[in-house]
Ligand binder design. Structure first.
Ligand SMILES: Nc1nc2c(c(=O)[nH]1)N[C@H]1C(S)=C(S)[C@@H](COP(=O)(O)OP(=O)(O)OC[C@H]3O[C@@H](n4cnc5c(=O)[nH]c(N)nc54)[C@H](O)[C@@H]3O)O[C@H]1N2
Ligand SMILES: Nc1nc2c(c(=O)[nH]1)N[C@H]1C(S)=C(S)[C@@H](COP(=O)(O)OP(=O)(O)OC[C@H]3O[C@@H](n4cnc5c(=O)[nH]c(N)nc54)[C@H](O)[C@@H]3O)O[C@H]1N2
Ligand SMILES: [Mo]
Length: 693
């Protein structure tokens, strides 16, 4: 479409959705008299298809919200009170520099960045920020809160985050939508799944909860949380027993089939049925469909890797396509993340070599999942934390500890934000950040094969500044004069991607900015003849790299930390396995404060199966208290058989301060980590509930 000039006063600017979502939509921002009046999806971009989710369609409302932070703010009240007075950037940056210098003189590791994917951009994400913290010698943050178990599972199986072209799902004959509520969290994939459905494909949802997506699939397999590896191994058991394998594909392009077959032999359908809480026939039927309804595709998503065995679950599932040769077809195989199909070299973007002691003895690493413990117990202590692109007080597990940590009067906290979030309340300095409409960036994604440019559509509001600008200036004030710390935004983007790689198809940054997006060039069925990025080039059922670390080289079912099978004592006190997937109206804790979206979600809710509700004297619409040894929160009960017996569902992620009892669901979630990848176990969480006192 021609977007040059709609009228002399109205322009359309090409942008990219910055959010942590596999869809990374191509945006068209209409600007009139310097004001963004509309954000729409680009109709020409194949996966965006002119459609935006309900949240991002409200991006102008969010940008011009009267609640935006538009000037630097200095704390005047007690920690967490959220009382501030306006200050100048000069005052803010001078004080922050002085404080950081003083701490760094003792030990820079006492300074900790805390960030995640508020924006996924190469520039306003980790580009300049990480360079700054590396040069400073700050503690490294292990950014594990979302996808690291799944990414690690892929690494040890396929060799990286590679997978199908999402557009090809339209031609699949069977789609297993596994651990994903696509209509909520991967809407633009759902469009392709629906096309496949209209062409006769069978859709199966594998999810403990009968989600909006599961409701629209032909079949729903409602397994217990954290049992996915058992189900996948059970499917293998049947595929092998019934000889429904692609022996030729296995022979040529996989590693360790004999060993995997021995492992799968331990998972006959009856045992799997018991572990997963489903019928043996479901396991058998699923395996038969998987082998016969071609092309067979799996849309795996991160919802299934938030339990102890999350990475092994991904390893087991990622082994399935090779067993039946599903990769031979462009519409077969699987997709969890395809982010490594873009030729980005993270080290060129974030420059680890700037760290003191690199590579032999770099600064310590702190896992963001365990920020609660880290702020309370790390030795040497964390004396300063600088938060950007994240809201840890709301999103990190075991809130009471996270809050106690941020409430330390001796902790120096800087928060770069759009809004006064739960985390911002604890800031000593709250700094106004620009939104995606106000700054430049470039994005890749994990759910399709495009790279997208985001051109600034409007001038920064108030005194808001882009993250990269702030860290560039802090670097200068700290006296860091390496070229990497003076790099312009465009330099960072040029560094991040290998623009001359064949996948990039010769695109230049200028062209990308003009055209908005470009698709990476890959073969239609990239793994039809193996060629996986693993050390052997094969799909590695057996991983020598895991064996070398003394770990199980084969995928297995690793039971949840908290379940009746693995911890009967705990389950006797807390018999309900709580999961807390994202709400359709919010993006993690972003958008929770936007009135139009908040009104749709109304208040924190927990869906409970009628049997569980009746046993506790809970009626539909009652306020209930959900609790365990870690904490408690209040939520409105929604009694519905869409929830499995024993598995209530609490929608995330509210701001604590916007809930009735002052705590969201993370009051009860745990800081325990996954089997591989050091990830969070948000959906591995036993609780009890009762009518609110
Ligand atoms: N609207 C909206 N979209 C989002 C987000 C959002 O907050 N709101 N968040 C974005 C982000 S950061 C991410 S990571 C993704 C997350 O999106 P997904 O990767 O799809 O993951 P979740 O939404 O966490 O969970 C998806 C489904 O998995 C189910 N589930 C829970 N435990 C298990 C299990 O053990 N096994 C199986 N098989 N299923 C399980 C849940 O019931 C849920 O229906 O979505 C992104 N998109
Ligand atoms: N119980 C439970 N907890 C969960 C999850 C769950 O499923 N259940 N999901 C987990 C997952 S998958 C994830 S990814 C994490 C997400 O956790 P976070 O990465 O913390 O994501 P958000 O809550 O969206 O917070 C992002 C913040 O960044 C800010 N921001 C956006 N753009 C910019 C910018 O350009 N500059 C600056 N300075 N700030 C910006 C936004 O205003 C927002 O407050 O939460 C996790 N927490
Ligand atoms: Mo995430």
């Amino acid at each position: 479409m021609d977007i040059s000039q709609a009228s002399p006063l109205e322009t359309v600017v090409r942008g990219a959705c910055p959010h942590d979502c596999p869809d990374t939509c191509a945006l068209l921002v209409t600007v009139r008299d310097g004001k963004a009046v509309k954000v729409a999806g680009d109709p020409d971009h194949p996966s965006t298809h002119g459609a935006l989710c309900a949240k991002v369609a409200r991006y102008p409302e969010r940008t011009y919200s009267p609640d935006r932070i538009l000037t630097p703010m200095r704390r005047v009240g007690r920690k967490g009170e959220g009382r501030f007075e306006p200050a100048t950037w000069e005052e803010a940056l001078a004080d922050i520099t002085a404080r950081l210098k003083a701490i760094a003189a003792r030990d820079p590791q006492r300074i900790l960045p805390y960030s995640y994917a508020g924006t996924m951009g190469w520039v306003q994400g980790e580009g300049m920020a990480s360079r700054f913290f590396h040069r400073l010698g700050a503690s490294q943050l292990d950014r594990t809160i979302c996808s690291s178990p799944g990414m690690t599972g892929l690494q040890y199986t396929l060799g990286g985050a590679v997978g199908m072209d999402v557009e090809r799902f339209a031609d699949s004959g069977l789609i297993l939508i596994w651990g994903s509520n696509s209509i909520t969290s991967n809407l633009h994939f759902w469009t392709f799944a629906q096309q496949a459905k209209r062409r006769g494909a069978k859709l199966v949802a594998i999810d403990p909860y009968r989600s909006d997506t599961a409701l629209k699939c032909h079949q729903h397999v409602a397994l217990m949380p954290g049992t996915d590896a058992a189900l996948a191994l059970g499917m293998m058991n049947v595929l092998i027993a019934e000889d429904r394998l692609d022996r030729d594909y296995i022979e040529r392009y996989t590693l360790g089939f004999e060993a995997l077959a021995e492992r799968a032999a331990q998972y006959p359908p009856e045992r799997v049925a018991q572990i997963c809480g489903i019928a043996a026939d479901e396991v058998i039927g699923l395996a038969r469909d998987y082998a016969t309804l071609r092309p067979a595709a799996i849309r795996l998503n991160y919802g299934m890797q938030r339990t102890h065995g999350g990475a092994n679950g991904v390893r087991a599932i990622a082994s399935l396509p090779a067993l039946i040769g599903a990769w031979r077809d462009p519409a077969g195989g699987m997709l969890l993340s395809s982010s490594h199909m873009v030729p980005v070299t993270p080290s060129k973007q974030v420059r680890p070599e700037l760290m003191p002691g690199w590579p032999g003895k770099p600064p310590r690493t702190i896992n963001m999942v365990q920020i609660g413990d880290a702020l309370l117990e790390a030795d040497p202590p964390v004396e300063a934390v600088i938060v950007y692109n994240s809201n840890p007080v709301a999103v990190a597990p075991e809130s009471d500890k996270v809050i106690a940590g941020f409430a330390r009067e001796d902790l120096f906290t800087v928060v770069l934000e759009h809004f006064q979030t739960d985390t911002a309340d604890y800031a000593d300095w709250l700094l106004p950040a620009t939104t995606q409409l106000e700054h430049f960036d470039v994005h890749k994604t994990y759910g399709h094969w495009y790279v997208l440019a985001n051109n600034p559509a409007i001038a920064p509001l108030g005194q808001a500044r882009p993250n990269a600008d702030v860290f560039r200036e802090l670097a200068a004030r700290m006296g860091f004069d390496e070229p990497a710390l003076r790099a312009s935004d465009e330099d960072i983007v040029r560094d991040a991607m290998d623009w001359s790689a064949p996948q990039a198809g010769g695109v230049s940054l200028e062209q990308l900015r003009r055209e908005g997006w470009t698709k990476m060039r890959h073969a239609d069925a990239p793994f039809a003849q193996g060629g996986f990025p693993s050390p052997s080039g094969r799909c590695e059922f057996y991983s020598q790299r895991l064996a070398d670390q003394g770990l199980d080289p084969l995928p297995d079912w690793v039971p949840p930390w908290e379940s009746a099978i693995s911890n009967p004592g705990l389950a006797a006190r807390y018999p309900l396995a709580l999961i807390s997937p994202p709400a359709r109206t919010f993006l993690n804790s972003t958008f929770v404060n936007i009135p139009g979206l908040q009104a749709q979600a109304k208040e924190p809710a927990v869906e409970i199966h009628p049997d569980d509700a009746a046993a506790r004297g809970v009626a539909h619409g009652d306020m209930v208290e959900v609790f365990n040894d870690r904490g408690r929160f209040l939520a409105r009960a929604s009694v519905s058989d869409r929830a499995r017996p024993g598995v209530p569902v609490a929608w995330g992620v509210w701001w604590h301060k916007l809930t009735q009892g002052g705590r969201n669901v993370n009051a009860v979630t745990s800081q325990a980590l996954t089997d591989l990848g050091r990830g969070p176990t948000f959906y591995d969480c036993l609780v009890e509930l009762r009518p609110a006192p």
